[in-house]
Design a protein. Structure first.
Length: 249
């Protein structure tokens, strides 16, 4: 009996070392990531978006590495990437935000599905960024063909969401779609300048279509602007505001 006790005592350090270099490392990594995440969210709430972006990056870096990460780890990473992009949008970096967001949406639709909750969140942000790009370009008196591309991509994203989401989320998506459509005929002076005036329109003249993954699988908004003819207004008369069935039904 005494020999068994001695053997068990001697094996305790081995078990501790095994845990430390196995599950213990992953648990420690998750604790570190959670600490960084709480800090990042507080910085974002307080309006310190630059610091929040950095802290979200630290959160991503703290997550455990794996050659074949489990689905929950992939989901956490993509949620953090979206949070980091959202903070970047708050700084008015529209072109940079659009580039990062299109890459992320392609990854989300591949790994989680085009109709996943995370895909809906990402497409909602994509629609908002395109809408804000349209507003910023119109306030700068950009060419109509340039701001129209962003208006159309905002409409496409919110239309897709309004047709594929349910519950309260669907009500919000429909209201966003309606707001985008009604904005088409509003004069530029109707739009308020972004708070802080930090929005930059550099790089917005060239637009990228939405990621093709969902569209190829039968989902997602179209990757090209709707080319169907629209009725022209009589001379010196503004056309009536189109409804969602006129624009893209």
């Amino acid at each position: 009996m005494k020999k068994w006790l001695i053997l068990a005592w001697l094996l305790i350090p081995v078990a501790l070392v095994s845990y430390h270099f196995g599950p213990g490392q992953a648990a420690f990594a998750y604790r570190q990531a959670q600490t960084h995440l709480v800090d990042a969210q507080k910085l974002e709430r307080d309006g310190h978006f630059d610091k929040a972006i950095d802290r979200y990056g630290e959160t991503l870096a703290a997550l455990p590495e794996s050659d074949e990460p489990p689905p929950d780890l992939v989901l956490r990473r993509d949620q953090l990437r979206l949070a980091q992009i959202r903070a970047r949008f708050q700084l008015g970096r529209l072109a940079e935000t659009l580039d990062s967001l299109n890459v992320l949406i392609a990854d989300i639709e591949r790994d989680h599905g085009a109709n996943s909750a995370l895909a809906a969140d990402a497409r909602d942000l994509l629609g908002r960024v395109h809408f804000q790009a349209m507003v910023a370009l119109r306030l700068e008196s950009a060419e109509e063909a340039v701001w129209k591309k962003h208006w159309e991509l905002a409409r496409q994203n919110f239309r897709y969401l309004s047709e594929h989401t349910t519950g309260r989320r669907n009500g919000l998506d429909r209201r966003n779609l309606e707001a985008v459509i009604k904005s088409f005929n509003l004069p530029p002076e109707t739009f308020a300048a972004p708070a802080g005036g930090a929005t930059t329109t550099a790089g917005l003249a060239t637009t990228k279509p939405p990621p093709p993954n969902a569209a190829a699988a039968g989902g997602g908004p179209p990757t090209k602007a709707d080319a169907r003819p629209r009725p022209e207004a009589p001379p010196n008369k503004k056309p009536p505001p189109p409804d969602e069935f006129d624009l893209g039904s």
